[in-house]
Design a binder for this molecule. Structure first.
Ligand code: NAD
Ligand code: ARJ
Length: 472
């Protein structure tokens, strides 16, 4: 068991990469107008002064820019990544060297290290916890909630859990509760709230709220229009191909690409692959999304049918066991499979890992060739974890600026308001403001409503322009 070290200022792969990281951060300033404007507008007022912020979110160059924006707003910050493969070591080094945050993250952590990093980031040198969380996928929120549950009923710590990763969390919690039996209860009671980045994390939050188990307020950043309809869609439209290409150099044109899930992420992935000249097949469970895919001209199928046909498979559902061992056994030789949804459950990796008949041959980091019972091989990217962040560098700065501007506004809201233990979304006028900043950067000029036109539409001349329930 890796022990907690409260005196440690950071743990990164290589601090000498800091200058490279800093230079890339400087370049990204031009591409992150939203974050730069937040710094300018709120920097002097320091709305996060005196507040401790813990982040569990991919430690990339874009996140480094978010961290330094939160710092400029006055926060005292600790950070870990929310994925074992997504850290960009030069970004982590730049943050560590500047002392902008105590950062615990490196590319290719083990799962045990991952949960150590998360606990390190949740624990300040005096043993106290954060005032606010920035979460992506909900792992920091999960650790605090599980900690509280275990402190209430310590017999749960003695149980054996089938899920390997969950057992690792419980082992860590057991250790921490031994040192301080009230650690997580104290931490949870001080948290003003969490702002959650992604669809899967948001689902977890609503589930907690519905069960009456949510321990602090939460802001659903994902469902700001300027997040899910941009990052999830246009972000993945570029970073999926980046991940597949860097990993395999495969020609996409002419191939059959199967996209599982036609939500925001799936729509971006499908459009991207079609743009390269692939023949795209979609699998869906939702009739509305299926109809959308049909209207866009895609063929709809099921994984059972597609398994033996596809050349490249991409899961984008947030669901589990979308591609099973049985599907893999039917696949063509050297079919490529990858996932762009948040966790590693969409592809049944346990089939490959636990079956005697499956043999792994690493090609390079985050690219493995698995030979199966069928005698054929498949290429698995990033061990079934997010391909765009595991095999490439995630979304570009510009689209992350829209997401992270919402994150900053959410953190300011959590700092300034005493919210109930519920899940909130940000108001439409802030969403429009985030869009406005990025529209201006692209040089577009908005048409202004006259008073007569505004009255005709029955809305204020400066917005909000659409009702809350409007779907973009
Ligand atoms: P979404 O809810 O809009 O879309 C998911 C779609 O998958 C839905 O339409 C749903 O009906 C469908 N689906 C669910 N189970 C299915 C199954 N078994 N088979 C086929 N289709 C199924 O969600 P989203 O915003 O598109 O996000 C999808 C995932 O991607 C989430 O896990 C999210 O957290 C993650 N995400 C990743 C990135 C990234 O950079 N990699 C960015 C944003 C979101
Ligand atoms: C940090 C990134 C990047 C990037 O906002 C996206 C989302 O919803 C996450 C699901 O875990 C990934 C996140 N994302 C995509 N690209 N976060 N830096 N460059």
């Amino acid at each position: 068991m890796l022990s907690l070290d409260k005196t440690l200022k950071y743990k990164v792969a290589d601090i000498s990469l800091a200058d490279w990281g800093r230079k890339e951060m400087q370049l990204s300033e031009n591409e992150m107008p939203g974050l730069m404007s937040i710094r300018k507008k709120y920097g002097p007022k320091k709305p996060l002064k005196g507040l401790k912020v813990m982040g569990s979110l991919h430690m990339t160059i874009q996140t480094a820019m978010l961290i330094e924006t939160l710092k400029e707003l006055g926060a005292d910050i600790r950070w870990s990544s929310c994925n074992i493969y997504s850290t960009q070591d030069h970004a982590a080094a730049a943050i560590a060297k500047a002392g902008s945050a105590a950062v615990f993250a490196w590319k290719a952590e083990t799962l045990e290290e991952y949960w150590w990093c998360t606990e390190q980031a949740l624990t300040w040198p005096d043993g106290s916890g954060p005032d606010m969380l920035v979460d992506d996928g909900g792992d920091a929120t999960l650790m605090v909630h599980q900690g509280v549950t275990m402190e209430k009923d310590k017999s749960l710590l003695e149980k054996k859990y089938d899920n390997k990763e969950f057992q690792l969390i419980i082992d860590r919690l057991k250790e921490s509760i031994k040192t301080d039996p009230q650690k997580w209860t104290k931490i949870a009671s001080k948290i003003r709230g969490v702002s959650e980045e992604t669809t899967t994390g948001v689902h977890r939050l609503y589930q907690l709220m519905e069960k009456g188990e949510l321990l602090f307020p939460a802001i659903n950043v994902n469902d700001s229009v300027t997040k899910s309809k941009f990052d999830n869609l246009y972000g993945c439209r570029e970073s999926l191909a980046d991940g597949i290409k860097r990993a395999t150099d495969i020609m996409i044109a002419g191939k059959i690409v199967v996209i599982c899930g036609y939500g925001d992420v799936g729509k971006g992935c499908a459009q991207s692959m079609r743009g390269f000249g692939a023949r795209v097949l979609i699998t869906e469970v939702d009739p509305i999304c299926t109809l959308q895919a049909l209207m866009a001209g895609y063929e709809i199928t099921t994984m059972d049918k597609a398994a033996s046909i596809g050349d490249i498979f991409v899961t984008a559902t947030g669901c589990c066991k979308v591609i099973t061992g049985e599907h893999m056994e039917k696949m063509k030789n050297e079919a490529i499979i990858c996932n762009i949804g948040h966790f590693d459950d969409e592809i049944e990796m346990s089939y490959l890992e636990n079956s005697k008949d499956c043999k792994k041959e690493p090609i390079k980091p985050q690219v493995d060739k698995w030979t199966l019972k069928s005698g054929r091989s498949i290429i698995v990217l990033a061990e079934g974890r997010l391909v765009n962040l595991g095999c490439a560098t995630g979304h570009s700065s510009f689209v992350m600026s829209t997401s992270f501007t919402n994150q900053c506004l959410a953190q300011i809201k959590l700092a300034q308001e005493n919210l109930d233990k519920k899940v909130y979304t940000l108001p439409k006028d802030l969403d429009e403001e985030v869009a406005r900043l990025h529209v201006e950067k692209l040089g577009a000029v908005l048409t202004k409503l006259t008073k007569e036109q505004a009255d005709y539409l029955g809305i204020p001349a400066n917005g909000p322009f659409k009702p809350d329930m409007y779907r973009y």
